[in-house]
Design a protein around this ligand. Structure first.
Ligand SMILES: Cc1cc2nc3c(=O)[nH]c(=O)nc-3n(C[C@H](O)[C@H](O)[C@H](O)COP(=O)(O)OP(=O)(O)OC[C@H]3O[C@@H](n4cnc5c(N)ncnc54)[C@H](O)[C@@H]3O)c2cc1C
Ligand SMILES: NC(=O)C1=CN([C@@H]2O[C@H](COP(=O)(O)OP(=O)(O)OC[C@H]3O[C@@H](n4cnc5c(N)ncnc54)[C@H](OP(=O)(O)O)[C@@H]3O)[C@@H](O)[C@H]2O)C=CC1
Ligand SMILES: O=C(O)C(=O)Cc1c[nH]c2ccccc12
Length: 379
């Protein structure tokens, strides 16, 4: 058994950011990470062509802004180089291959007891700390909807977190389910690799360009969200025209309002819209009614046979499955129980970072707030 002041679960950007902030205040801590590397989402569970959608001023971790020479939009490679530099600069040394299987609050000692299983040799370990930070991410488990007949599908089914590129799908019929940022970009990637690509778009969605999102994010620093939404939606309509004839309609509420309220990001168009407009990517503007062997039947009675289905249907947080006393900070859905901007703080020394659906921008803010709070409590 090992005891420190703070245990951080997860060595993604959130866990690394908290570690840097705690070290700055000389607070002893340990990061427990199930994989054999840090930032595993970025190193292992994102498709090849992924790049940061937001400008570098919204994508840095505490204490280390990007230098003026950095590109405005970092590639995945640039971002991972940044992470490597961060880890080296703040001397961050996570314990790798430690899958946290349970965490309980010891009411007598008023401490957290965390049990891990070593993913290499199966050995079990126990760690104890006054403070526990959940930094396991919003994307820890892929969500796959329970569609009627899904198990009868005769082709390949994969979640977007396991999709790397369309290289093996040339000339195959591939259906992408979901039109968030993953689905829209994966559809474009499949098209580029020569797949006959279709996408399911069952609800309205905001499509914006990279530049419009950047302008919107900057405007939000000075203007109220409804004003920014009005300007950006107007400019987006000018740029893209009415997309409803292609099966894409805009929600009534604005993109940044919806981001704040629902957490759902607007789609950043990487080139998909042009291919939808010219018919190279086919839209099914409906839900999936059922699947029969190779055939997918849609709610509007259209049907088509596919070789593969990519489920770009989002993620779920599963921290509440291993964190036995999750109610001190999370709801039953694994999301923070307190409302933004107090979402990061729970009771009994329990915190959560990176669960506010605000990307790396939110990660930085949470890490700073949590480290400050722990520092204050200790002094
Ligand atoms: C495809 C994709 C692209 C994205 N692009 C952007 C972007 O451009 N800009 C942006 O701001 N955000 C983006 N995001 C959001 C993303 O959530 C953040 O970039 C960032 O990775 C969040 O960091 P995190 O540390 O909170 O979570 P994660 O990066 O998910 O890290 C969590 C870590 O916890 C570990 N872990 C999980 N469970 C356990 C356990 N039980 N025991 C031990 N370890 C565990 C995981 O292995 C992982 O290493 C993107 C997300 C996805 C899916
Ligand atoms: N480079 C980048 O910055 C990237 C960032 N990301 C981010 O990662 C996070 C996760 O994104 P993503 O993986 O796209 O997940 P999202 O949760 O954003 O999107 C899930 C999509 O799946 C759809 N869906 C869910 N269930 C069904 C169903 N039964 N039938 C049809 N459609 C369904 C949803 O549609 P509905 O609205 O109808 O529920 C939605 O369009 C987001 O924050 C995103 O912005 C992702 C990729 C790249
Ligand atoms: O990963 C997310 O969804 C984020 O919060 C960051 C982000 C990625 N793409 C975006 C588009 C608009 C606003 C935020 C994001």
């Amino acid at each position: 058994m090992e005891e420190v002041k703070v245990i951080v679960v997860g060595a993604g950007p959130s866990g690394l950011a908290i570690s840097a902030c705690l070290s700055q205040n000389s607070i002893s801590h340990l990061i427990l990470e199930k994989e054999e590397c840090n930032a595993s989402l970025w190193r292992k569970n994102t498709y090849d062509r992924v790049n940061l959608h937001l400008a570098n001023e919204f994508c840095y971790l505490p204490l280390m802004p990007h230098p003026p020479t950095a590109p405005t939009f970092l590639s995945k490679h640039d971002f991972l180089k940044y992470i490597d530099t961060y880890v080296a600069r703040f001397n961050i040394t996570p314990r790798y291959c430690r899958l946290v299987e349970s965490a309980v609050h010891d009411h007598v000692e008023d401490k957290w007891r965390v049990e891990t299983k070593n993913t290499r040799d199966g050995s079990l370990e126990v760690y104890v700390a006054k403070f526990l930070v959940i930094a396991t991410g919003e994307n820890s488990e892929g969500y796959i909807p329970d569609l009627p007949g899904l198990s009868s599908f005769e082709g390949e089914i994969l979640h977007s977190k396991h999709y790397k590129s369309g290289s093996k799908y040339e000339s195959k019929e591939v259906l992408v389910v979901g039109c968030g940022n993953s689905g829209m970009e994966i559809a474009y990637d499949l098209y580029n690799w020569g797949a006959n690509t279709s996408i399911v778009i069952r609800n309205p969605v905001h499509v914006l360009s990279k530049e419009l999102i950047y302008q919107g994010m900057r405007m939000l620093q000075r203007l109220p969200v409804n004003v920014v939404d009005t300007i950006i939606t107007f400019l987006a309509n000018m740029k893209y025209g009415d997309l409803s004839k292609y099966g894409i309609s805009r929600p009534k509420k604005g993109p940044f309002f919806l981001k704040n309220v629902t957490g759902r990001s607007p789609v950043l168009d990487v080139g998909t819209i042009r291919r939808i407009k010219d018919g190279a990517i086919k839209v099914f503007p409906s839900h999936i009614a059922r699947i029969e062997n190779k055939k997918v039947v849609f709610g509007n009675n259209m049907e088509k046979e596919f070789d593969a289905i990519v489920m770009a249907t989002g993620y779920k947080s599963v921290a509440n499955t291993w964190l036995k006393d999750y109610k001190y900070v999370l709801n039953d859905d694994g999301r923070p129980k307190n409302k933004f901007p107090s979402h990061w703080k729970g009771d009994k020394g329990l915190y959560c970072a990176g669960l506010s659906q605000r990307g790396l921008f939110g990660v930085k803010a949470d890490a700073e707030a949590i480290a400050n709070d722990i520092h204050k409590t200790l002094n």
